[in-house]
Design a binder for this molecule. Structure first.
Ligand SMILES: Nc1ncnc2c1ncn2[C@@H]1O[C@H](COP(=O)(O)OS(=O)(=O)O)[C@@H](OP(=O)(O)O)[C@H]1O
Ligand SMILES: Nc1ncnc2c1ncn2[C@@H]1O[C@H](COP(=O)(O)OP(=O)(O)O)[C@@H](O)[C@H]1O
Length: 183
């Protein structure tokens, strides 16, 4: 035995969790509730939030199909590299097309897709960033759900219906699946 044993660590296997849903559905709120729960399990966690990453990759986003295709390939690649190095990733991003989330799934062995469910009318009421209002005023033409099609997941590992489930309870539902797939 070594004279200098390594400190005891409790590393949890890294995985990725993609929170997808309409703008203002509750993704960031649930990500914030989820992060400390993953950390308590021993995960090192990075949240990749689309708006934050866009500020770097596409500082003046057009949300064109071509730009979204490129953006989501880059986001999936980034997430996959982090997971490969032991960091658990929360993707906090609408990702309008299923193919965007499927691309990440194909690159990441342990992957959980979470449908953050919220009817468009309620998301429009929540509209705390004014995204839908800008669309309704005709200042933008690319808001998911309102002006660009949004493809919700067909078979997500978890569904959180934010009309019925509080953010913390939603995070606990996700944690149950995390524990199931990493046992
Ligand atoms: N003009 C315009 N068009 C589209 N989206 C807009 C626009 N302006 C702002 N936003 C905010 O950007 C978020 C959508 O980006 P995402 O990367 O999450 O999704 S997607 O590319 O639309 O699929 C989404 O934020 P989330 O609330 O994080 O989903 C929108 O609030
Ligand atoms: N059950 C719920 N889960 C998550 N957010 C909720 C819920 N109920 C109400 N909200 C509110 O909805 C808004 C969602 O905002 P946010 O989490 O930033 O959405 P998104 O990241 O999807 O754009 C917040 O003001 C949040 O407090």
């Amino acid at each position: 035995m070594s004279d200098h044993p390594s400190p005891i660590t409790h590393h949890h296997p890294a995985l990725a969790i993609w929170l997808t849903g309409l703008p203002a559905s509750g993704k960031s709120t649930i990500a914030a509730a989820l992060k400390p729960k993953l950390e308590a399990l021993g995960c090192t966690v990075e949240v990749l939030e689309s708006d934050a990453v866009r500020r770097l990759l596409t500082p003046t986003p057009t949300y064109s199909e071509q730009e979204r295709d490129l953006f989501y390939r880059a986001l999936a690649f980034m997430g996959a590299r982090l997971v490969a190095h032991g960091v658990t990733v929360i993707f906090d991003a609408t990702a309008t097309k299923r193919a965007y989330r499927d691309c990440a799934r194909s690159l990441i062995p342990k992957f959980i897709e979470v449908a953050i469910e919220c009817p468009l009318e309620l998301a429009i009421q929540r509209d705390y960033k004014g995204t839908y209002q800008r669309g309704q005023r005709g200042e933008t033409s690319t808001v998911p759900g309102l002006q660009s099609p949004y493809e919700p997941p067909l078979n997500p590992e978890v569904r959180v219906d934010t009309r019925k489930v509080e953010a913390d309870a939603g995070a606990r539902m996700i944690m149950q699946v995390v524990k199931d797939i990493t046992l």
